[in-house]
Design a protein around this ligand. Structure first.
Ligand code: MN
Length: 131
C-alpha cells in the first residue's frame, strides 16, 4: 500500500524537487503551499507523514506543527521539519513544536528517501493489518 505524504512547502522549486523524489520512490504526494492549507488538508486526509518547511509566510512551520499536534486525529502522524536554518537550537525547537525529525536544506537526493522512511518505519500503512 502506498504511503501518502503531505508536503507543506511554499517554494516552488523545493516543492518540485521533493515531490519528484518522493513520487519516484513510490509515495503519493499531496502538496500544500501555506500552513493553514496544510493544516486543513492534514485534518481531512490524515497523511502517513508530513514534511514541513519551517520558513513559511504568515504562519511558520513551528506554529503549523503545534496546530497539527493539537488535533487528536493527527497526534501519531510523523512530522519531519525541513529548514535551511543552521542555528544552534533549531533542532530542539522543531522537536519542542511537535516534530519527530529534522532535515536540513538543501535536500540531498541521495539520503532524502532513507531520512523519510526512517520515520515511516514506526508506523503501519493506513488501513494496514500489521500487528
Ligand atoms: Mn519556505
Amino acid at each position: 500500500m502506498k504511503h501518502t505524504i503531505l508536503l507543506i512547502e511554499d517554494n516552488e522549486q523545493n516543492l518540485y524537487l521533493a515531490t519528484f523524489l518522493l513520487e519516484q520512490n513510490g509515495f503519493d504526494v499531496i502538496p500544500a503551499r501555506t500552513g493553514p492549507e496544510g493544516i486543513e488538508l492534514a485534518g481531512r486526509i490524515v497523511p502517513d507523514l508530513v514534511i514541513l518547511d519551517i520558513q513559511l509566510p504568515q504562519m511558520d512551520g513551528y506554529a503549523v506543527a503545534r496546530a497539527l499536534r493539537q488535533n487528536p486525529t493527527l497526534k501519531d502522524v510523523p512530522i519531519v521539519a525541513v529548514t535551511s536554518h543552521a542555528m544552534v537550537g533549531d533542532r530542539e525547537r522543531t522537536l519542542e513544536a511537535g516534530c519527530n525529525g529534522y532535515i536540513e536544506k538543501p535536500i540531498d537526493p541521495d539520503t532524502f528517501r532513507s531520512q523519510i522512511e526512517e520515520h515511516l518505519k514506526t508506523r503501519p500503512t493506513s488501513g494496514g493489518t500489521e500487528p
